[in-house]
Ligand binder design. Structure first.
Ligand code: UDX
Length: 430
């Protein structure tokens, strides 16, 4: 099929590349010429495993193209996938301005019957509005339908999550639209859940809300474990064998970040609020997460008379390993607090430093290695469990730091092992 992709961020680009990989003819549309040229040469503008290899293969095979000329890309597309961002607004709701800009362009460009597929996470009912908008403003008398096809990829594993998705959700209002999407996804050989558009939109929010709630729940229980003298590791070990609970997303720590959970939980809560329904579970997940990001810093305040003039090593800046994304990362909340308290912050991250430096060009000293950050440090904070951080031996803290005092927001080491090596160790829920 001839497919156009609007937006070349995580969702758009990864979808486009994977659709090309499965044999479709794909044109990615973006306004940034420099970025387009980079992509034509097989360089990915986002940090994502396996993506560049697939881009190069599909560029070379002539299945994947990049253009700023949206008119020609949309005019004769069988399907147009929209993967633009829907960032959080000040009131918690989703900002649909990028989506509406793209819809305007689609309405003026489409010259043949076409299915517009919304992959962006959008409030329930948006697909209906988009369809009406396209019908109101379309320039040519062709049949345009809208379908929902939410994206469940996680950063760092986006290509794998797309090619080997647990399920593909499609939300349509007609048999024709359903048939087009089934044909597009047929080569993936994955289970397809076909529902109404509104249910599809809701599945995405309900899934992310549930996962965020699962993390906040285990963080809440971890905090209680500290008070009652239990260990969250042992508690999870005892819970996870129950297949109704499972073992995933029960890793307690400094709270969730990223481009989805914080934004989507706020949008879901705000959507419910606008309908006069108080979504207490999701609100609890949001509130717990907000507080959780501060717990490690509070532990340091309780332990230390002052942070003034201390050399503090920070290991990990990104919201999780395998990405250079800083959105809603715990580092963004904690480093300003450390700086405000007078600490000299020495930070290391394998991928996040260039973006972090843009926000804090001179306030933080950026290190080229874990060892450089830890050498002679008075305390260490761990915000991201990158493999090279998680593989540190406890003895390294002892031999490199001035005071082996470690605040670990990711529960990487066993407290007993750290104690045996002479490291004073604080983590979450144990
Ligand atoms: C998430 C969803 O997994 C994905 O399905 C959706 O499409 C987008 O949002 P992502 O934000 O990329 O993906 O990362 P994910 O691996 O889910 O982690 C999100 C945050 O939760 C990270 O900050 C991570 O550190 C945290 N987390 C995750 C925990 O604190 N504990 C856990 O047990 C799991």
């Amino acid at each position: 099929m001839n497919i156009a992709i609007a937006g070349t961020g995580y969702v758009g680009l990864v979808s486009g590349v994977c659709l090309a990989e499965k044999g479709h003819h794909v044109t990615c549309v973006d306004i940034d010429e420099a970025k387009l040229e980079l992509m034509r040469q097989g360089h990915s503008p986002i940090y994502e495993n396996d993506l560049e290899e697939l881009m190069r293969n599909n560029n070379a095979a002539g299945r994947l193209h990049y253009t700023s000329d949206y008119r020609s890309a949309y005019a004769h597309a069988d399907a147009i996938f929209i993967g633009v961002g829907t960032p959080e607004m000040a009131d918690g709701s989703a900002n649909l301005s990028y989506l509406s800009d793209v819809c305007r362009q689609i309405a003026e460009s489409v010259e043949q019957d076409c299915l517009v597929v919304i992959k962006s996470t959008v409030p329930v009912g948006t697909n209906d509005k988009v369809e009406r908008f396209l019908h109101d403003f379309q320039k040519h008398p062709v049949k345009i339908e809208v379908a929902s096809n939410p994206e469940f990829l996680a950063q760092g594993t986006a290509v794998h999550d797309t090619l080997k998705a647990a399920r593909i959700v499609i939300g349509t209002e007609s048999a024709e639209a359903e048939a087009v999407l089934r044909e597009i996804y047929e080569p993936f050989g994955l289970p397809i859940v076909s529902v109404s558009r509104r249910s599809a939109e809701m599945i995405k929010y309900a899934s992310n809300g549930f996962l965020a709630l699962k993390i906040s729940y285990i963080n809440d229980i971890a905090n209680l474990c500290e008070l009652v003298g239990a260990s969250i590791d042992d508690v999870v070990e005892g819970m996870k064998y129950d297949s109704r609970i499972g073992e995933k997303f029960l890793h307690a720590g400094i709270g969730y970040g990223g481009s989805c959970f914080p934004k989507d939980t706020s949008a879901l809560f705000s959507l419910a609020n606008s309908l006069h329904y108080e979504l207490k579970t999701v609100d609890a997940a949001i509130q717990i997460n907000r507080k959780q990001k501060l717990r490690l810093f509070q532990k340091a305040r309780e332990r230390l008379l002052t942070l003034q003039g201390l050399k503090v090593a920070v290991l990990g800046l990104t919201f999780k390993p395998g990405t250079d994304d800083l959105r809603e990362a715990p580092s963004l909340v904690n480093i300003p607090l450390l700086l405000e308290a007078g600490a000299d912050v020495y930070a290391y991250d394998p991928a996040g430093i260039p973006h972090f430096r843009k926000k804090y060009p001179s306030e933080v000293t950026y290190c080229a290695s874990v060892k450089e950050a830890l050498t002679d440090a008075d305390a260490c904070f761990i915000f991201t469990e990158w493999p090279e951080i998680a593989s540190l031996e406890p003895g390294m803290f002892k031999s490199w730091m001035k005071n082996a005092l470690v605040f670990d927001g990711r529960n990487i080491w066993k407290p007993e092992k750290m104690a045996e090596s002479g490291v004073e160790y604080y983590s979450i829920g144990r």
